[in-house]
Design a protein around this ligand. Sequence first.
Ligand SMILES: [Zn+2]
Ligand SMILES: [Zn+2]
Length: 324
Amino acid sequence: MSEVTKLGSQAKFKTPSKPSDFPGIAMASLPAQKFERTVALTVVIMPFLGFLAAIILFWGYALGPVELGLLIGMYAATIIGIGVGFHRHFSHRAFKTNRVVRVILAVLGSMAAQGPVLFWAAIHRRHHAYSDQSGDPHSPHLHGKGISGLLRGLWHAHTGWLFVHEVTDWTHYIPDLLRDTLLFKVNRLYFAWVFLGLLIPTVLGGILTGTWVGTLQGFLWGGLVRTFLVHHTTWSVNSITHVCGTHPFHSRDQSRNNFLIALLAFGEGWHNNHHAFPGSARHGLEWWQIDWNGCVIRILERIGLAWDVKVPTVRMLVESRRSR
Ligand SMILES: [Zn+2]
Ligand SMILES: [Zn+2]
């Protein structure tokens, strides 16, 4: 626990006034800005258009078992890739596993089209380093007072931060991940994994229905609609669970436990639990706190594919509650 708790509490940095003053944060050059903004815009707009197209084209048709199966199956696979892989394993080192599982988790997470694994982990570690203070890449609390400030903050935390031209220094935040040459290769093939995430449901839709309409349905529901839903679920962890919900544990930020987001994000919505114990492989810390990603890690542990699984002790839970 102690090793990874550090990743969530790098609060030793001062709170400077502009991004260039922050350790590990710089401003992007103009060409880099342009390229990144174009990619971000495409990644935000395309799944949204796919979602609209699916609704308009198939309005009035009941979703068949194939489309529904592809939507749910791809949703589960990619949200596990993000939650178990990108978040709990790569960003927080909450458990150890072998190289094959690492690659599988990195590929599944990449198929969610939220950026390559190294980008995701660096941004996320920075979020924990500065959470809800200047320097946090996606806090909803730094955008003015009152309702309008909160709404601006929620937009920034949810999607707007993708278009900000700050660059997170990987050597500062993820030196451990940069040393993994295999992970670096997976990271470089990011766009191929995004494409694979669209190809799999498209091909399965065609094979399982034997029709071109089924192929299109697979692409839309298992590909674009699924990406749209996974995006907004993950981004809700950045926005909603820093505003709405309960705060049972001590943490120096505005993180909240939110039942609905936890349900949709397979456990990531127990966000106050997570900020209090960032190194924990389990985010659901009560028996009733559903945490599917935690269950996946438990299954991996049972079959010998995960070890050194970190969880807070009862004493840590009691002390954190007391000092709240
Ligand atoms: Zn957070
Ligand atoms: Zn985290």
